[in-house]
Design a binder for this molecule. Structure first.
Ligand SMILES: [Zn+2]
Length: 248
């Protein structure tokens, strides 16, 4: 599904557009014109990744042109399909320095899959396949997708190792926020070992300082023109020592 000349949504489940696996996050495809990059390929149950590839073809794009697989954080609804994507596409796999060892090992405790399965969020027989990582990012690193630049910002709080990206050089400025901030200034706190409220507020304050038009979250509504307002709303709640409304 083409959102703009730069951004396609090619997957998403019941908290998205319902165009791939039920539990998939929003799966974004970035098109610079000369190169494609896939962001967070979803959970990867059954043939769900095939559906994502079909969606890319339906948008008139060839998945063989995808050269980068970028993973914002290690939660399974975002990276479960990473190993399959890495095997089937000719891609460099890119994530944060903190997420990389966890994604390489498929450590189910580190990604909170053990507790998420116990809580019924994922099927009991789902396992996270380990995925090689080629490049590890830290704050300020830039990933080039053709002429576009994606600047990495460390935005922990939702979980350790979470990255957001400012995309520049395109038709507008995008904050690819993943699970940092959602529509209406909501956030996603969960009772898991690496969810940290103080880190979360600092990450939102960091995003508030960036200049962007569009907010590309990991779930729910997308804003192409007033993305900043949603980040500002979350920051305002935190500044008043409160907690923004939670997604769950
Ligand atoms: Zn998450």
């Amino acid at each position: 599904m083409k959102l703009t000349s730069t951004i396609h949504v090619v997957g998403g489940g019941r908290f998205g557009f319902g165009i791939s696996g039920e539990l998939d996050c929003h799966v974004y495809l970035i098109n610079s014109g000369s190169e494609l990059a896939l962001i967070d390929p979803g959970l990867g149950m059954g043939r769900d990744f095939d559906t994502i590839l079909d969606n890319i073809r339906d948008d008139g794009l060839d998945p063989k042109r995808i050269r980068k697989l970028i993973l914002t954080h290690y939660h399974c609804d975002h990276v479960g399909a990473a190993a399959e994507a890495q095997k089937r596409l000719d891609v460099e796999v890119i994530t944060s320095k903190l997420s990389a060892p966890v994604i390489r090992s498929g450590d189910e405790h580190a990604v909170a899959l053990d507790v998420a399965k116990a809580a019924g969020f994922y099927p009991a027989d789902f396992h996270l396949p380990p995925c090689p990582v080629d490049r590890e990012l830290v704050e300020g690193d830039v990933v080039k997708v053709g002429d576009l630049e994606m600047t990495a910002y460390e935005t922990p709080g939702h979980c350790d190792g979470h990255l957001s990206f400012l995309i520049t050089g395109a038709d507008r400025r995008y904050l690819l926020g993943a699970d940092l901030v959602f529509w209406g200034g909501r956030i996603l706190l969960q009772n898991i070992h690496d969810c940290r409220i103080d880190a979360y507020s600092n990450s939102v304050f960091k995003a508030e300082k960036l200049e962007f038009d569009a907010l590309l979250p990991g779930h729910l509504q997308i804003s192409l023109g007033s993305g900043k307002a949603h980040v500002n709303a979350a920051a305002t709640s935190f500044r008043q020592l409160g907690v923004p409304p939670n997604l769950m």
